[in-house]
Design a protein around this ligand. Structure first.
Ligand code: FEO
Length: 391
């Protein structure tokens, strides 16, 4: 398709004010909430936006259709960053018909008290809107149960909800052919690993479903519209949802006084000597979990180090390990090390994590009492990791 059409209008908004998405994940480049207006014989709005931006949103809509009413509002995803303006849209367009699957319509009633003027669609249903058609494809658990995609078969345009989305507001242009896309690639992995990461298997099922569709353009609810890079974006989501990763090691550590950090430095130096180029180090007390998870989804090796703290594992490391388990990350080589002063516990806790994660444990865990006198055990762990990730 042409990059721009005369019948689909971008009416999304940018959020450069929020610090934390879901009150957890930093937004250094902001985030966009995308919505699309289709002006065929029948006027259709696809998804809405965060209600804090409703005044901007309604102005954009009216710029395209003036006082013409909107016939359909299709809801692909109910998370409030997209569904939050449903009640306000209903106020502006009381006769609008809201289109959604069964789970969606139940949630609309629960969240917004709206149960009238709705149209229930099932997987594979179609809806004519003039010269074109909308077809609906349920994609459950990407990453909520009701998630659905809407497709225009005549043009190969896919409204994909959060799938294929990324963090990063849109700086003027919104189609990938018209903007510099550099920042969005890492923001895509960060978005996937932070928000969708647990749902690899449902994403794979959705991708298999999409394989039967010719997709020329992806209109997601976050980030650019993908035309030139549509296939690259699909392939990134495919790889991430298989938990496939590049060769490399993420080395995360907690350290109160620098002793555990010295173990991490020793391991990193030896990894480098072994020819490992991709080594990413994170001091857990400085790096944000959002970036650490991004790197864990990128690389196939993970080494974690923690001191014992209050007879337990360092709390920030504990929180990271929980986030990794929550995402059911698979196929990683895992090494671990730790330290204590009078009674060790951190290494034991990481051993329990290793079992739960089903990661491939490489080498022997290294446990240091007080300060490091002998670096050889750390070097050996690095050598074992280098060997494992190169296999
Ligand atoms: Fe962008 Fe799942 O909401």
């Amino acid at each position: 398709m042409e990059a721009k059409t005369n019948f689909i209008h971008y009416v999304g908004v940018n959020d450069r004010q929020k610090h934390l998405f879901e009150n957890m994940w930093p937004l250094p480049y902001g985030v966009s909430y995308n919505s699309y207006l289709i002006t065929e014989d029948i006027v259709t709005l696809i998804d809405t936006v965060d209600p804090h931006y409703f005044d901007v949103y309604i102005r954009k809509i009216k710029q395209h259709i003036g006082e013409r009413p909107i016939d359909y509002l299709v809801i692909n995803h109910m998370e409030p960053d997209h569904s939050g303006s449903i009640a306000l849209i209903k106020k502006y367009y009381p006769d609008i018909t809201i289109v959604g699957n069964k789970l969606t319509l139940n949630m609309i009633e629960g969240y917004y008290g709206v149960s009238e003027n709705t149209l229930l669609v099932n997987d594979g249903d179609t809806l004519p809107i003039g010269k074109r058609t909308l077809s609906f494809h349920t994609t459950p658990m990407v990453h909520w149960p009701e998630t659905m995609m809407t497709y225009i078969p005549e043009d190969g345009i896919l409204f994909s909800g959060d799938a294929f989305g990324c963090f990063g507001a849109l700086n003027g242009g919104y189609i990938d052919t018209e903007i510099n896309t550099d920042i969005y690639w890492n923001e895509m992995v960060r978005y996937y690993s932070n928000i969708v990461g647990k749902y690899g298997s449902p994403v794979q099922k959705a991708l298999q479903k999409l394989a039967g569709l010719k997709v020329h353009a992806i209109c997601s609810t976050h980030g650019p519209v993908w035309v030139k890079h549509a296939q690259r974006v699909i392939s990134i989501y495919d790889k991430l949802s298989r938990y496939e990763a590049e060769k490399g090691v993420v080395l995360v550590y907690g350290s109160m006084y620098g002793h555990t950090e010295q173990m991490a430095e020793t391991i990193a130096e030896e990894l480098s000597k072994q020819g490992i180029i991709n080594i990413v180090m994170h001091n857990i007390s400085k790096s944000n979990a959002s970036d650490i998870l991004t790197d864990i989804f990128k690389y196939n090796g993970l080494i974690v180090g923690s001191p014992t703290y209050n007879g337990q594992i360092f709390p920030e490391i504990d929180s990271l390990l929980s986030k990794i388990l929550m995402r059911e990350v698979k196929n990683r080589h895992f090494g671990y090390f730790g330290s204590f002063t009078w009674a060790g516990m951190a290494v034991k806790r990481m051993g329990e994590f290793a079992e739960k994660s089903k990661f491939n444990v490489v080498g022997e865990p290294v446990e240091m009492k007080q300060a490091m006198m002998d670096a050889e055990a750390c070097k050996e762990l690095a050598r074992k990791m280098a060997k494992a990730i190169n296999c």
